[in-house]
Each structure stands twice: as structure tokens, then as C-alpha cells.
Design a protein around this ligand. Structure first.
Ligand code: OOG
Ligand code: MG
Length: 262
């Protein structure tokens, strides 16, 4: 760790306030260029602790920047991982208030719900499939707290990988009922197709992203707990949204899920 504990606390408080007060900020590596990977995840952990202290519940985890489309869009090279709490969840076909977000974007995701915990190191696609109860379509709403959505990997990790909201829905399927690599994904905004892809866009197989998450956590002495919801990462580029927009995601065999920005 390169930063003092009090600096970690201060940066966590700053980033979380930006989220709660709906304002953007410069990226934290501008002020702390020596910030290391451990510091970045420590800041994220402090944000989670702040939320839990106020009564939030950890409900899942997310993988980010797991597709080439997303890496290219954001100008980065490696996946990142974040947390999901209950207050991020939006009911299926529900509404989200635009004024609570800085500059929201939506992305299509394949979500996993685990029936058994996943422990790395050495976690792989088959272990993920064996531990998965079901998969469902999900729309993630990301909202970087950084100005103009511009960041580097350490800054975005500290900012809980831009997590803001998510909605899951459609038809839950067991992982042996579908081929997750060839699943077609269609996202529409106001009835127009805005993003198209297939499961394999996510590191070759969406379950491989979940395995990467388990292996990442094992380096920090953690695992993915049973019952966790895991977003495997945007299949396509994220699409900007505004008040009045209706977003629908259709995933082959898994039905559809939607939300509206008001
Ligand atoms: C970082 C979060 C990326 C995904 O699915 O790739 C992410 C960002 O693009 O702001 O959630
Ligand atoms: Mg995402």
C-alpha cells in the first residue's frame, strides 16, 4: 500500500459523496499518482463499508471491462471488479430518476446467480458452471464519478468500477440449458437497436469472467459467496441515456428485461 489509511478513508468518503450528491470529480490518480492496486481496492472496500454501516446489504459482485468493445471504449486493457448492494437494484420494467445520476450509460450483461461459493485460485469455466444456479439477462447502469467518464484503471477501481444501478429479469436458465458463448444479445433504446453482441464477446465465455473474479478475490483472501449475483461484464459498448429513454435488453433463450429513465 502506498497511501496512509487516513488518505484511503478520505478518498472513499470523497468518491461516495460524489455519488450521493450527484457531482463529478477529477480522477484521484491526478492527486495521488503513486496510488497502487491495493490502495484502489481498499478505497472501494471502504465505500462498501460506509454503505453497509448505513444499512445497505451486499448482494453481489461485478466484473467490468471484460469485453474488447468496453476496453476499447474506455481505453484500458484489464478487467476490474466491484460490488453490488441492494440499493443499486431497480425492479424489472422499473423507473430510474435521471437526476440522481451524473452521466448514466447502460450496458447489456449476462448475470450469474451462484448456488455454491467459488474459491480461487485455479477457478475455471467448468467450476463456474458447476456452481451456477441460473443465468439471467441484466442491464447495468454505470455512472462514473469522474469528469467526462475519463479514468485510468486504478481510479475506476476506487470508484467501484462506475457501479450505479442494475436490473435483472427475463427467464432464468440453468447454465447447461444454453450455450453462453453463442447467446445473441440485442439492446434497444426507444425501440431502436443500439447494441448487438454474443456471450463470447466477454473474454471468450462469460463464465470465464466470473472465474477471473474468483481468482482475483482469492489473492485478497476472499471468495464469491453462495447466493451471490455476479454481473459478468458489458457484452458491448455502453450507451448513453437520458430522461425519457426506455431501454430493453433481449437475450436469446433468456427473455428480456427493461427499464425507463424519468
Ligand atoms: C467501468 C465499468 C465497466 C463493464 O461491464 O464493462 C463495466 C466503466 O466503463 O465505466 O461495468
Ligand atoms: Mg458492467
Amino acid at each position: 500500500m502506498a497511501l496512509e489509511a487516513n488518505v484511503i478513508d478520505r478518498l472513499a468518503e470523497h468518491l461516495e459523496r460524489c455519488q450521493l450528491e450527484v457531482r463529478d470529480t477529477t480522477k484521484i490518480t491526478d492527486e495521488y499518482p503513486d496510488l497502487d492496486w491495493q490502495d484502489a481496492y481498499a478505497i472501494q472496500d471502504r465505500i462498501l463499508r460506509r454503505k453497509c454501516a448505513r444499512g445497505a446489504r451486499l448482494v453481489g459482485l461485478k466484473c467490468g471491462l471484460t469485453s474488447h468493445a468496453k476496453m476499447k471504449q474506455m481505453g484500458v486493457t484489464d478487467p476490474v471488479f466491484g460490488f453490488l448492494v441492494d440499493e443499486f437494484a431497480v425492479p424489472a420494467s422499473g423507473k430510474l430518476e435521471r437526476r440522481r445520476l451524473i452521466h448514466p450509460k447502460v450496458e447489456p450483461e449476462i448475470a450469474f446467480v451462484l448456488k455454491r461459493q467459488l474459491q480461487g485460485p485455479g477457478c475455471h469455466v467448468a467450476a463456474v458452471l458447476a456452481a451456477t444456479d441460473f443465468v439471467v439477462p441484466g442491464i447495468e447502469v454505470i455512472d462514473s464519478r469522474y469528469r467526462d467518464f475519463k479514468f485510468d484503471l486504478k481510479s475506476v477501481i476506487a470508484d467501484n468500477t462506475s457501479a450505479a444501478n442494475f436490473v435483472i429479469g427475463g427467464v432464468p436458465m440453468r447454465p447447461d440449458e444454453v450455450d453462453l458463448r453463442t447467446l445473441g444479445v440485442v439492446m434497444e433504446k426507444n425501440g431502436q437497436v443500439v447494441a448487438l453482441g454474443a456471450g463470447a464477446s466477454v473474454v471468450g465465455h462469460p463464465a470465464a469472467a466470473v472465474a477471473m473474479l474468483a481468482n482475483h478475490l482469492s489473492r485478497r483472501g476472499q471468495c464469491i459467496p453462495a447466493g451471490a449475483l455476479v454481473l459478468s461484464g458489458g457484452v458491448t459498448e455502453a450507451v448513453a441515456v437520458d430522461a425519457g429513454d426506455h431501454v430493453a435488453l433481449r437475450v436469446q433463450h433468456l427473455g428480456s428485461v427493461s427499464l425507463r429513465f424519468v
